[in-house]
Design a protein around this ligand. Structure first.
Ligand SMILES: Cc1cc2nc3c(=O)[nH]c(=O)nc-3n(C[C@H](O)[C@H](O)[C@H](O)COP(=O)(O)O)c2cc1C
Length: 185
């Protein structure tokens, strides 16, 4: 990374799945581990779990969990999202998290890399839905197809297959090149 890298915000990774054994969360752990081996910090943030349901009534003076989540996203140099498709769309918990970021403008011009892990021929609906929603946030989005199957996971559910880990690192490396400095609140 170049000399100015320390001025950039960290890369923050968020899984759109709350499932304990989530393949999306496993992919982000593998991406973070690969990045660490290259000297790049990817911070996995699962604070979405603690967010209340979005309501415009509390938008102006949101609870602490929301303020912290907004700050994490605003300060990120780039965001790495891995989101499964639920019923042809975005999982509710993740969409809820995104809704909290509209009023704060936390994703405005933010580099966002979307990891799509579904096998070929699947996941097109969530890709399209995320593209629409993140356009409304004015985020700078790139899409990355990295199909991962259950057989690509080890006995602990982690992803250590060399080719896939290489592809995950390539996504992070590209995002790191696009990373920006934190914007003032
Ligand atoms: C409620 C629910 C709805 C789903 N709907 C779809 C769907 O519409 N299209 C699809 O390709 N997969 C669908 N799936 C499959 C998930 O996208 C898939 O299992 C994914 O790997 C789950 O991600 P995770 O392992 O990170 O939790 C659905 C799964 C669940 C639990």
């Amino acid at each position: 990374m170049d000399a100015a890298a320390h001025l950039l915000g960290p890369i923050v990774a968020i899984s759109g799945s709350l499932r304990r054994d989530s393949i999306n969360s496993a992919a982000l752990r593998a991406a973070a581990a690969a990045a660490a081996r290259h000297g790049v910090v990817v911070a996995i943030d699962d604070s979405m779990r603690a967010l209340p349901f979005f309501s415009p009534d509390v938008e102006q003076f949101p609870p602490e969990e929301v303020r912290r989540f907004r700050e994490t996203c605003r300060n990120a140099g780039g965001l790495l999202f891995a989101v499964p498709e639920y019923t042809f769309g975005i999982p509710g918990a993740f969409k809820n998290a995104l809704d909290w970021l509209v009023g704060s403008g936390s994703l405005y011009q933010k580099p966002v890399a979307l990891l799509h892990l579904a096998s070929v021929g699947r996941g097109a609906h969530v890709r399209e839905a995320l593209a629409h929603v993140l356009r409304a946030h004015n985020a700078e989005v790139t899409h990355h197809l990295v199909p991962i199957a259950t057989r690509d996971r080890d006995a602990d559910g982690e992803i250590d297959e060399t080719r896939i880990v290489g592809e995950l690192w390539a996504v992070v490396a590209e995002l790191a090149k696009r990373a920006t400095a934190p914007r003032a609140a």
